[in-house]
Design a binder for this molecule. Structure first.
Ligand SMILES: [Zn+2]
Length: 292
């Protein structure tokens, strides 16, 4: 049977038969590969620990009829610090779920994305990293690679540079932020307008945008200056990670204040919904994160 080597991160798995597992691997060499780990569900089996989600292994695979079979596995990294922290582990699983959702588009640049995912998981294990912020950086790095990053610097309608005084709503379907004067010009204010707290998630309102002479309703999410700044800063950090292929050694994230925490929640919601929209499906790990 012909064999081939792979270096891969486990990004998904399901049970097969009595004792086997099918593992979804994101490999440096070929992007997504599904392979069978024989006996992985038998207690005490050598492969069982290595077949856990988010583990990184050097593998040897044998060509199978439908799925290839893992014949050798050498552990490179287990990210053990994630396994004692449910919140961090769930964020790691979210990164894996996003990887699976966009795997086809990531195939071409798989070696680069493998390193990126590895770097983000490693950073997630460090206690001074802030998982919610890190998740935004991962999302924005991913969106950049996919060529789908939302427009945060100029208004999606009039193309004027945005400032903290001019931002109004994030319009997911148009992939960016609409300025106040465009929102006033084209938008219809919803019933909740004016009753909204200064910080934190605001209710969505319906916005009727006049595009190419046609009126069609689009839903927008209010964005506060703080939420906008978080998104812009996360973009800048994501770009730095993309340019340097990893995180600078001395980076120390500052603990967010209560106000920043609620803005972070709002900013994350915007990106999560945007990504789910692009993926065309709900991310299950987000439900788990929500329940923590
Ligand atoms: Zn505008």
């Amino acid at each position: 049977m012909p064999t081939y080597p792979l270096t891969a991160i486990n990004v998904g798995s399901f049970a097969l038969g009595e004792a086997d597992k099918v593992i979804t691997l994101f490999s440096k060499e070929r992007g997504i590969v599904k392979a069978v780990a024989k006996g992985a569900r038998k207690p005490g089996a050598k492969i069982s620990g290595k077949s856990e989600l988010l583990c990184v292994n050097k593998l040897l695979l044998a060509k199978g009829k439908s799925l290839d079979i893992i014949t050798q596995a050498e552990s490179l990294e287990t990210f053990s610090a994630l396994r004692v922290d449910l919140e961090r582990l769930t964020f790691g699983l979210y990164f894996a779920e996003l990887t699976r959702a966009f795997s086809t588009a990531l195939e071409e640049d798989c070696a680069f994305f493998y390193e990126l995912l590895f770097a983000f998981l490693a950073r997630l294990t460090q206690p001074d990293s802030i998982p919610g912020l890190l998740a935004m950086e991962f999302e924005l790095a991913l969106l950049q690679l996919l060529g789908l990053r939302p427009q945060l610097e100029v208004c999606i309608l009039c193309r004027q540079p945005l400032t903290e005084y001019s931002i109004s709503v994030f319009v997911k379907d148009m992939g960016g932020i609409c300025c106040q004067s465009c929102a006033d010009r084209h938008g219809r204010r919803g019933p909740n307008y004016g009753q909204i707290r200064e910080y934190g998630p605001r209710p969505e309102r319906s916005l009727t945008l006049d595009q190419e002479g046609e009126d069609y309703p689009l839903s927008g999410t209010y964005i506060t200056p703080l939420v906008w700044k978080l998104l812009v800063l996360a973009c800048a950090r994501a770009d730095r990670v993309l340019a340097e292929g990893g995180f600078p050694e001395a980076e120390r994230a500052k603990k967010p204040s209560e106000i920043q925490k609620s803005a972070l929640k709002a900013a994350r919601k915007i990106l999560e919904r945007y990504l789910e929209d692009k993926a065309g499906k709900r991310m299950k790990s987000l439900d788990l994160l929500e329940s923590l």
